[in-house]
Design a protein around this ligand. Structure first.
Ligand code: ZN
Length: 426
């Protein structure tokens, strides 16, 4: 999937009213399943998951505020953001004064609709543009929310690309926000494209993609896969993957996990504008994967981080706010990072006494005429020198200040020539 296809997916998913449970999530996973055959899991309300409980399922069919003449001044059919997520049903006539405590606006951006939720306290409300509110005269309004909050299911999707080894890389994205493009849909689109690309390859690691509602979804997944967690070697939480800002990598709680080192190396050596930030127990599902009991090597890749842009959690985070180019760049960064993870091996030099004679083995000839011949030769010398069973190719790339690809290509050539063996005996 290229950037254009990812943008199409964002546009298609945009109108759906997603929440942490309900038909919006199901419909979203159905659409993703057209690209990659997701395994959809549903977990009943009331199921204990770690320190939490799966909540009641929320669904909404219609909602509006109508004036005395019956005109809908706020209409859920126009934007899924208009209703506070998890609003309980209401059907009443009330004055504007009575209604006001239930209305949410953004006075500093009077034409934008804010995004609000009330997952864990029974409440109801409407979100609307300040301009709309300002135009509402005093008087009686019909207020209607046709929703249900009932025993049901929490839904999430999973897709696995089998690898050569059972050790896993997890990629997770949240699917719980309604009409918000950068904050949820761009991550879904990039994850879908990544999974599609990997499904045509035979990666070294097994790659597990999780399309889950934020917080409660990752907690539910972790609770149901407690035994499985030991297989997770690396992971990335994808969010805010499509705005035009620079890439931001948030390190895992460990800070020195291999995924942290891979992203630092990749972003530095690629010349992309970027920022690397320390872990903090806030943000997206890295909070759960990096909770101290799990402490997984899971970082988070975004462009502008959450809450770092004024459009965040508003109707201005729409499909025009994200770009095909930015999503393609996020996708390329993830692909390059996984390619490094997959090739990062540790070797032993089989001819460690003095430098082996490269010319005799045709290793100089193979470089002839290459514009990067000097770098390729230097990469071979570094790999030979540091391949003592202790240094991985990433260690070597960092120490030599060379791109990982050059070091890995050198190792491949040396391995082919019989000068290296894998530290695990391969
Ligand atoms: Zn959000």
């Amino acid at each position: 999937m290229d950037g254009g296809r990812m943008h199409d997916l964002v546009r298609r998913l945009y109108p759906l009213c997603r929440s942490i449970t309900g038909d919006g999530v199901r419909r979203t996973l159905d659409i993703v399943s057209e690209q990659i055959p997701l395994r959809v899991h549903e977990v009943p309300t009331g199921t204990p998951v770690l320190d939490w409980t799966v909540p009641r399922e929320w669904n909404i069919r219609d909602a509006y505020i109508a004036d005395g003449a019956g005109n809908r001044v706020v209409d859920f059919a126009e934007s899924s953001l208009h209703v506070v997520s998890y609003s309980v049903p209401v059907s009443a006539t009330m004055t504007l004064q009575q209604l006001r405590p239930h209305l949410h606006t953004l006075p500093e951006h009077p034409s934008w609709i804010p995004y609000r939720t009330s997952y864990y306290a029974p409440d109801w409300g409407f979100c609307l543009a300040q301009n709309t509110l300002d135009a509402m005269p005093e008087g009686d309004y019909d207020v209607h929310i046709d929703s249900t909050l009932a025993e049901g299911l929490l839904t999430y999707g999973e897709y696995v690309v089998p690898g050569q080894v059972a050790d896993e890389v997890i990629v997770s994205c949240h699917v719980c926000h309604p009409s918000l493009a950068n904050d949820n849909l761009a991550g879904i689109a990039v994850a879908t494209a990544l999974a599609t690309g990997l499904s045509y390859q035979s990666p070294y690691y097994t790659y597990r993609f999780l399309f889950i509602p934020g917080t409660i979804g990752s907690i539910t997944w972790l609770a149901r896969n407690f035994e499985h967690v030991a297989r997770i070697r690396h992971g990335l939480v994808l969010a805010c993957a499509g705005d035009r800002g620079a890439l931001t990598y948030k390190q895992s709680r460990r800070g020195d996990a291999e995924i942290d080192r891979v992203l630092r190396h990749l972003l530095h050596s690629s010349g992309r504008p970027h920022e690397i930030v320390e872990f903090s127990p806030y943000g997206y599902d890295e909070r759960q994967f990096c909770s101290p009991g799990f402490d997984l090597g899971v970082g988070s890749l975004t462009r502008t981080p959450h809450a770092g842009y004024p459009e965040y959690h508003t109707s201005a985070d729409n499909p025009d706010f994200v770009s095909a180019e930015a999503m393609a760049d996020t996708l390329a960064t993830c692909s390059e990072a996984f390619s490094i993870l997959d090739r990062n091996r540790t070797y032993v030099n089989l001819s460690p006494y003095g430098e082996p004679q490269l010319g005799r083995r045709g290793l100089y000839d193979s470089l002839g005429g290459r514009s990067d011949a000097k770098q390729a030769q230097l990469a071979m010398l570094w790999v030979l020198n540091l391949s003592d069973g202790e240094h991985s190719l990433l260690d070597i790339a960092e120490r030599a200040a060379m791109p990982f690809d050059a070091v890995a290509a050198a190792a491949d050539a040396l391995h082919e020539a019989g000068l290296l063996k894998g530290a695990e005996g391969t």
